[in-house]
Design a protein around this ligand. Structure first.
Ligand code: ADP
Ligand code: MG
Length: 254
C-alpha cells in the first residue's frame, strides 16, 4: 500500500443539536480499498460527504493527497476556499451515489463526457474517445447513445461509475451504490467495482454487501453512532470482531 491518499482527522459534525460525527479518524492509502459498514443513521453518508466538502466539518480536517479540502491554511488560521477552488478539488474525488444522479436529458456518452469537457476543458474529441473506452470497460459499449430512462438501474449505475472515472480521480467514493437496485442487478455493478479495485483504484465504499467487503476490502471499517468502532482486515472485523456492537450488527446482516 502506498502513500496516504485520504486523511480524516478528528472529524466532528452536528446538524443542530444532533451530533452525527463525534471525532472520526481514518487514513486511506493509495491503492487501498476501504469498505464502511454500519447501521442506518450512523453517519456513513455524512462522513463521505465531508471528504469532498459537500458537508463542512465543525471540527477536524480532511486532506486528499496532502491538500486540505475546502480550506487553505495561513499561519494557524484556516480560510474557506472560494467555490471555484472547491469545485476544482472535487474533480479529483469521484463520487457515485445510491440513486445514480445521471443527467436524464443526456445520453450515456454525453453523461460521461460532460464533466471532462466542462470542468477540465479537455478537447471534445479526446474526451469522447476516452468516454467510449470507459463505457466499454463497464460493459456498455453498445449503449452509448441510450438515454438513462432506457437503461436498467444496473446499467445506469455503471454509466455513473464511468462518469466518475472520466475525471481521472485520485480517489473514488461510493455511497451504497447497489442499494437502489433490484437484487438481480446488484452483481453486475459489484463486478465493475471489484474490477476497479483489482486495478488499483483507491476507493471508499459504503455498502451493506458483506460478501463484497470480504472479497474486495483491504480494510473494513465498522461505524456506529458517529464513531469508528472497529477497523481492520476483513478476516478480523468480519470473522473475529472484537467489539460487541460489531458482532451484533453482523449477526443481523449476515
Ligand atoms: P447513514 O448514511 O449512516 O445512514 P447519515 O450520515 O445519512 O447516516 O445520517 C446520520 C444522521 O445525520 C441521521 O440522524 C440523519 O438524520 C442526520 N442528517 C444527515 N444529513 C442531514 C442534514 N442535511 N440535515 C439534518 N440532519 C441530517
Ligand atoms: Mg447513508
Amino acid at each position: 500500500m502506498g502513500e496516504v491518499m485520504l486523511d480524516l482527522r478528528g472529524i466532528h459534525k452536528s446538524f443542530g443539536t444532533n451530533e452525527v460525527l463525534k471525532g472520526v479518524d481514518l487514513v486511506v492509502r493509495t491503492g487501498e480499498v476501504v469498505v464502511i459498514l454500519g447501521p442506518s443513521g450512523s453517519g456513513k453518508s455524512t462522513l463521505l460527504r465531508t471528504v469532498n466538502h459537500l458537508e463542512k466539518v465543525d471540527r477536524g480536517h480532511v486532506s486528499v493527497d496532502g491538500d486540505l479540502v475546502g480550506y487553505r491554511r495561513s499561519g494557524d488560521k484556516l480560510y474557506e476556499l472560494k467555490e471555484r477552488d472547491i469545485l476544482k478539488q472535487r474533480t479529483h474525488i469521484g463520487f457515485v451515489f445510491q440513486n445514480f444522479n445521471l443527467f436524464p436529458h443526456l445520453t450515456a456518452l454525453e453523461n460521461v463526457v460532460e464533466a471532462p469537457i466542462a470542468a477540465q476543458r479537455r478537447p471534445a474529441a479526446q474526451a469522447r474517445a476516452e468516454a467510449r473506452e470507459l463505457l466499454a470497460r463497464v460493459g456498455l459499449a453498445d449503449k452509448e447513445d441510450a438515454y438513462p430512462r432506457h437503461l436498467s438501474g444496473g446499467q445506469q449505475q455503471r454509466v455513473a461509475i464511468a462518469r466518475a472515472l472520466a475525471l481521472k480521480p485520485k480517489l473514488l467514493l461510493f455511497d451504497e451504490p447497489t442499494s437502489a437496485l433490484d437484487p438481480e442487478l446488484v452483481g453486475e455493478v459489484l463486478d465493475v467495482i471489484k474490477d476497479l479495485a483489482r486495478g488499483g483504484t483507491t476507493m471508499v465504499v459504503v455498502t451493506h454487501e458483506v460478501g463484497f467487503a470480504r472479497e474486495v476490502a483491504d480494510t473494513v471499517v465498522f461505524m456506529d453512532d458517529g464513531l469508528i468502532v472497529e477497523q481492520g482486515p476483513p478476516s478480523q472485523v468480519l470473522d473475529d470482531p472484537r467489539q460487541p456492537r460489531t458482532r451484533s450488527f453482523l449477526s443481523k446482516v449476515l
